[in-house]
Ligand binder design. Sequence first.
Ligand code: NZQ
Ligand code: ZN
Length: 390
Amino acid sequence: MLGNFTFCNPTRLYFGEGSLKRLNEELPKYGETVQLVYGGGSIRKNGIYDQVIKLLRDNGKRIVEDGGVMPNPTVEKVYEGSRIARENNVALILAVGGGSCCDYAKAVSVSAWCQEDPWQKYYLNFQDVDADTKIIPVGCVLTMVGTGSEMNGGAVITNHEQKLKIGHVFGDNVFPKFSILDPTFTYTLPKYQMVSGIYDIFNHICEQYFSGEDDNTSDYISEGLMRSVIHSSRIAIQNPRDYEARSNLMWTATWALNTLVAQGKTTDWMVHMIGQAVGAYTDATHGMTLAAVSMAYYRHICPYGLEKFARFAKNVWNVQTNGKTTEQIAAEGLDCMESWMKELGLVMNITDLGATKDMIPGIADSTIMLTDGYKALTKDEVVEILRESL
Ligand code: NZQ
Ligand code: ZN
C-alpha cells in the first residue's frame, strides 16, 4: 500500500430494525428548531413521516418543514432551503429520504450562512467552506440505499440552466453528525429505484478499485464488498422483503463510499463524471446513468488496466483461468458483470434514458475530466464512449 492518507469518519450510525427511536439520543444534543427535509412524498405514504414527527414533538422541537426535494436536487431548491434555514435560525437539518435529501441537506448546511453565491463558490470554483461560515449540523434517516451520502461529505447538485450536475465532496465537518439506517424503511422502494441503487453501490466500488497497481488492502475489502452486493442483489430482486439481503445492501452501500476503500488509492470516477453529464441533460435516475455508460467505458479502458481487470474476473466473478490469456480472462469478467446487470433489469443504454445523438457533444462538454484512472481520456474518447452507449 503506497499512498499516504488521513482517515477520519465522524458520522455516528444507528443500524437495524427499530433504530429510528435512537433519535431520542441525538435530538437533545441540538437546539430547538429542526428543518425537516424530505422528498416528493414517499415518507408520507409509508408512514415514516408520522413516526419522525412524533419523535421530534416528543423531544420538544419546533419543526420547519422543507419537503419537495426532487431526485437530483437543483440549485434553485438549495437557495430556497438556505433561505428557510437562515430565516428560522435552524439548529439541525434532519434529512429523511435518499441520497437526494441527504445531499441537499449538506448543501443547505454550508450555503445558509455563506457570504458568496454557493453554486459559484462550491460547485464551479470547488472552494472549501470558509472557516468563519457557520455549518448547520445534519442528521439523516435513510430510506433509499446506494449513494453512501449517509456517511460522507458528498453533495451533488444540478443546475439545469447551465446543464451541469456537479458533486462537491466536503470535509468531515460537513459529514452527517448521525445517520439512522433501518433496512425495513427500504422495503417500499420501487424495483427501478432498488436496482438503480444496487448498481450505484457496485459502481462506487469499481471507481475506487480500478486504479493503482500496488498491493492494497483496500482492493481486498472492495472485492469482498462487491461479492456481497452481487449475492444480496440476487436475493433482493426475488424477495424485496428479505431483511438479511436488504440489510447487507444497506451496510455495503455505506462502506462503498464512506472513504474507507479509497484510502491509499488514486481512484477513477470517470463513469460518474460521464453519468452525471448524462444526468444534467436527461435528469435520469443516477444509478441508471452509470449503468448505461459502464460497459462501453470499462471495455474501453480494460487494455490499460488489464491485470486488474483479470483479477476482478477471478476474485469477484470466479472466472476459471486455465488455458486462457489475460485478455480473455479480463473480457470474461466484464461479460459476467454485463449479464448480472441485465439480470437486475438495469437500463443499459443512454437512449432509453432520453439522450439523443445530437446531445452527445454537449454531454461530452459537460463531463468533468479526471485523470487518475487507468486511462486519462480525451474528449474524443468520451464522445466515442457515449456513442457506444446510445
Ligand atoms: O422523493 P420521494 O417521494 O421520497 O421518492 C424517492 C425518489 O423518487 C424514492 N424513494 C426514496 N426512498 C423511498 C422511495 N420510494 C419509496 N419508498 C422509499 N423508502 O426514490 C427516488 C429516488 O430517491 P433519491 O434520493 O433521488 O435517490 P438516491 O439515493 O439514488 O440519490 C440520488 C442523488 O444522490 C447523488 C446523485 O447524483 C443524485 O443526485 N449522489 C450522491 C453521492 C454522495 N453524496 O456521495 C454519490 C452518488 O454517486 C450520487 O452522485
Ligand atoms: Zn453514485
